[in-house]
Design a protein around this ligand. Sequence first.
Ligand code: TXA
Ligand code: MG
Length: 332
Amino acid sequence: METVLYKDTIEDIEKAAKVIAGGGLIAFPTETVYGLGADALNEEACRNIYAAKGRPSDNPMIVHIAKIEDMDELSMIITDDMRALADNFWPGPLTMICPRKPAIPDVTTGGLDTVGIRMPSNEVARALIEKAGCSIAAPSANLSGKPSPTTAQHCIDDLTGKIDGIIVSDDCSVGIESTVIDMTGEVPMILRPGYITKADLERVLGKTVVLDPTLNKKPDSLDDGDFKPKAPGMKYKHYAPEAQMTIYSGPKDKVLAEIAAQAEKLELDGLKVAKLLFDDADSAARELFARLRQADKEGADVILAAALDEDGLGFSVMNRMFKSAGFNVVNL
Ligand code: TXA
Ligand code: MG
């Protein structure tokens, strides 16, 4: 299949929107990561997303909308809490899990009776949804198991020949996927941490929000059977670079000294080493996935990473880093 590259001009976005409305697949930018979109109510188009990504079909997709009212067509009920979160964080990097309406095909929701809904803030994404005239189901636009794409080039590398088109636009400003919060239970629960943190959500809701207890825990550190993340996608091995990755955790000076010493030793052994040292959680979020892909491109054998403090956005970045490293952590 020929994959058309579109510019992020209104004329080109309109062309790409027509492809979506006609049942095709388009990769497009959002503020978090690039998404691979199809008409959320078109069963066959959504099925094709799984095939293009090589994604397990029990993994539900997030449905993207252009205005808050579009939620009415997707969710059975809209509670005061859902409305408060929509008013405060949309458009933006927040996905709410809501009770689904029957019109949404099973293939979009992975057969669940809930649906993940998000209104992105990226202008190109919003224009694409509006012009297509439908909600857009979109997982991240990477091959399953690769780091999520934060640049158009990442989508080109992964999906050329497999989808109808890619909208080539700016690099993603957030860089990690949206916060996923389950609004269907007694207490709101974060299923995937992101840019919008537990504290942000609690401030708006005026009540406690819990974290899925499996988050940032090594799978085999939990009792057998306990490791059942509530978001199906969180159980898969994600973001895995080809290099062997180790995270160093502890006092900053010790961590930096150990990474420098290890790198010198490994390089003497003839191995290619990539280091992941970030100034702060924001730049770590923005750069992590691109740096992992870069390490693979350069043929790195080993990646040595400095852990971030696990609070606020740092918790969300570490969620991805732990998975990339297969929870291979050295505590200093
Ligand atoms: O930032 C993002 O959310 C990006 C951009 C493109 O919007 N999308 C994204 O989609 O990251 P994806 O498919 O790579 O990740 C969706 C996550 C998965 O872990 C999935 O299991 C979970 O959200 N999810 C989706 N619908 C769900 C539902 N109804 N119940 C529980 N988890 C759900
Ligand atoms: Mg993904």
